[in-house]
Ligand binder design. Structure first.
Ligand code: IPM
Ligand code: MN
Length: 358
């Protein structure tokens, strides 16, 4: 019996979460075990129902669970609240901090059936695309103090701060991940301008010398990395970078998979406890219409099986079912480009297809 805290959140969150839960139930049935799903409010819906984006009870539900399955938070309705009350700053970031989820793993894989949806021409990735972005998630400019805006709203400050242990622990995961893949790490920084990046580069370099001399390492400035991702994405294996750079580069990389609706993520702490969420947002413009792409949420559930529950076979089963759904020609609107051999379906039907292939 696995206990999962389910936090659907706002916008398309509940619709795509609904599919992920159905997929997990099918998996539980197939592999003869049980999930105990405990739902809790987070983000805008929590503001509406409880007056705060991250209620005490929601934290408790998460603390009592073996893993957290997260949807997405935020939307126009809550955009004008004071910053600390907004869903993103008031719920998602504190939740990551509370559980010390410093390691954000964002696998970027192009499904063969979706090569035509990639924003690049085929010739730029002849051997397919399989990148892992490791984003530091609890430090850097998103959390550094001081962070404020003056009452006159004429000046504001954010602080970028990193310590050696913070860089080492994410670096270590990157080298370990690379060893199981093509053994190549690209560390992304801005060491020609930022002091945090000078430290970052130094710590990563020494870490490799000491513990991972067998892994290839190269350093890249973030502006160059952004360019290389669309010029020659096939050169990357594991990318490791600080919080803000990872946030930006992973959205860019997501488009290489065809849609922001395709990319899952896992956020882990040092003891392996994890929160699993799609990297895209709440997509308020299409929320409630049953047309969103549930793939990122479903693949996030697969990552939960892989990392939290060590169920590699079941995780791969879900990933295969998604691949088969795409191969059979089914597409949600965001990845539908022509009716030649493909068929546009809604969220529920796409989910049912995935389930049918498990
Ligand atoms: C992400 C999101 C969040 C982030 C936002 C919603 C705070 O963009 O997970 O990438 O910036 O970390
Ligand atoms: Mn982001």
């Amino acid at each position: 019996m696995y206990k999962v805290a389910v936090l659907p959140g706002d916008g398309i969150g509940p619709e795509v979460m609904n599919i992920a839960i159905k997929v997990l139930e099918k998996i539980a049935q197939k592999y003869s075990f049980k999930f105990n799903f405990e739902f809790a409010d987070v983000g805008g819906i929590a503001i509406d129902n409880h007056g705060t984006p991250l209620p005490e009870n929601t934290i408790k539900v998460c603390e009592n669970a073996d893993a957290i399955l997260f949807g997405s938070v935020g939307g126009p309705k809550w955009e004008n609240l004071p910053p600390e009350k907004q869903p993103e700053r008031g719920a998602l970031l504190p939740l990551r901090k509370h559980f010390n989820l410093f390691a954000n793993i964002r696998p970027v894989k192009v499904f063969d059936a979706l090569r035509e949806a990639c924003s690049l021409k085929d010739k730029f990735f002849p051997n397919g695309l399989d990148i892992v972005i490791l984003r530091e998630l609890t430090g850097g400019i998103y959390f550094g103090q001081p962070k404020s805006i003056n009452p006159e709203k004429t000046e504001a400050v954010d602080t970028m701060r990193y310590s050696k242990p913070e860089i080492e622990r994410i670096g270590r995961l990157a080298f370990q991940a690379a060893r199981l893949r093509k053994s190549k790490v690209t560390s992304v920084d801005k060491a020609n301008v930022l002091m945090t990046s000078v430290l970052w580069r130094e710590v990563i370099t020494k870490l490799r010398e000491k513990e991972f001399p067998d892994v290839e390492l190269n350093h890249m400035y973030v502006d160059n990395a952004a360019m290389q991702l669309v010029r020659n994405p096939g050169q990357f294996d594991v990318i490791v970078t600080e919080n803000m750079f990872g946030d930006i580069l992973s959205d860019e990389a997501a488009m290489l998979t065809g849609s922001l609706g395709m990319l899952p993520s896992a956020s882990l702490n040092e003891s392996g406890f994890g929160l699993y969420e799609p990297i895209g947002g709440t997509a308020p413009d299409i929320a409630g219409q049953n047309i969103a792409n549930p793939t990122a949420q479903v693949l996030s559930a697969a990552l939960m099986l892989r990392y939290s529950f060590k169920m590699e076979e079941a995780a791969a089963d879900i990933e295969n079912a998604v691949a088969k759904t795409l191969e059979a020609g089914f597409r949600t609107g965001d990845i539908y480009f022509s009716d030649e051999g493909t068929q546009k379906v809604n969220t529920t039907d796409f989910g049912d297809k995935i389930i049918s292939f498990i």
